[in-house]
Design a protein around this ligand. Structure first.
Ligand SMILES: NC(=O)c1ccc[n+]([C@@H]2O[C@H](COP(=O)([O-])OP(=O)(O)OC[C@H]3O[C@@H](n4cnc5c(N)ncnc54)[C@H](OP(=O)(O)O)[C@@H]3O)[C@@H](O)[C@H]2O)c1
Length: 264
């Protein structure tokens, strides 16, 4: 049996892992969220790890509200940087491999060829900065880790772009969606399956990898494809929103390319 701890298990990726895990009988998985295991609480973290034994920790815990992070940088850094540092320290003390999820938002989106894991990050917003800091702590503290950067996660679980578009389309509302950014939407179930396979098959090496569904598109294109795939495109119109402004600055072209880097 491979013993795996999930943090932030009630979020979108954690829930997707829960659903995909039935295909992996050799993984014994413990699911925790903020109430059982708050990664910003140093004392309760070390207490928890002193009482349980794990081979892997998959950190799905994060502060993912990109807009709110601009107004609450302290919370974003507490979860995405300091909490990740505490987790890495506990993994080191207890000989646990840390799999950590990071984001395309560590990049500035100016490189039109797309980003390799070895490319220099340059985040444009607080969320991206806090996630980058978390990556850096892991690299400083641990040898046995995998940082998996992904982009535009969506699934049937929770509050995300996919579900919002579907809900509004089903309500018969026409949609205005920006085409100002290009990225690769990634089904959280595909990412969950990939992570579980890497662990189950010991098919990973320490470092940073990128994982996406590999089809670049704008939010507008994504909204059109969601309505088409649910045959809602005859009932509603999706139009390009040229006036879209967000509080947080976002990378214009954040394509993650999947070549490995790190100390392989
Ligand atoms: N969503 C995306 O588009 C996207 C894109 C690229 C990368 N990522 C990365 O992928 C990972 C998974 O994202 P996701 O979409 O699954 O995010 P999510 O749905 O927001 O899930 C994050 C989970 O972490 C929990 N959490 C927050 N603070 C915590 C704490 N201090 N201790 C323990 N748990 C805590 C949240 O609980 P509450 O909700 O109660 O706060 C939530 O259950 C994250 O690392 C994220 O940065 C996401």
């Amino acid at each position: 049996m491979i013993r795996v701890l999930i943090t932030g298990a009630n979020g979108q990726l954690g829930t997707s892992i829960h659903h995909q895990a039935t295909a992996f009988p050799d993984l014994q998985i413990t699911y925790t969220d903020k109430t059982e295991l708050n990664i910003t609480n140093r004392e309760s973290l070390s207490d928890y790890f002193s009482k349980q034994e794990f081979d892997y920790c998959i950190n799905c815990a994060a502060y993912t509200r990109v807009e709110d992070a601009e107004r609450n940088p302290d919370i974003a850094f507490a979860v995405n940087a300091e909490g990740v540092k505490y987790l890495a320290q506990n993994c080191k003390t207890n000989g646990i491999v840390l799999f950590h999820i990071s984001t395309d938002y560590v990049f500035d989106g100016k490189k039109k060829e797309g980003y390799l894991p070895s490319d220099l990050p340059n985040p444009l917003n607080i969320y991206g900065e806090s996630k980058l800091k978390g990556e850096q702590y892991i690299q400083e503290i641990l040898k046995e880790y995998l940082i998996i950067r992904t982009s535009w996660l969506y699934s049937e679980y929770g509050d995300n772009f996919y579900n919002t578009i579907l809900r509004k389309a089903r309500e018969g509302k026409n949609l205005r969606v920006t085409d100002a950014q290009i990225g690769c939407p990634t089904n959280a179930n595909n990412l969950a399956m990939h992570i579980l396979q890497l662990i189950n098959n010991s098919a990973w090496k320490p470092g940073i990898i990128h994982f996406t569904d590999k089809i670049p598109m704008s939010w507008f294109d994504f909204a059109v494809s969601i309505t088409k795939s649910h045959k809602l495109d005859k009932d509603i119109k999706v139009v390009r929103d040229r006036n879209y402004r967000s509080f947080a600055q976002r990378p214009e072209y954040s394509i993650l390319l999947e070549e490995k880097s790190g100390n392989e």
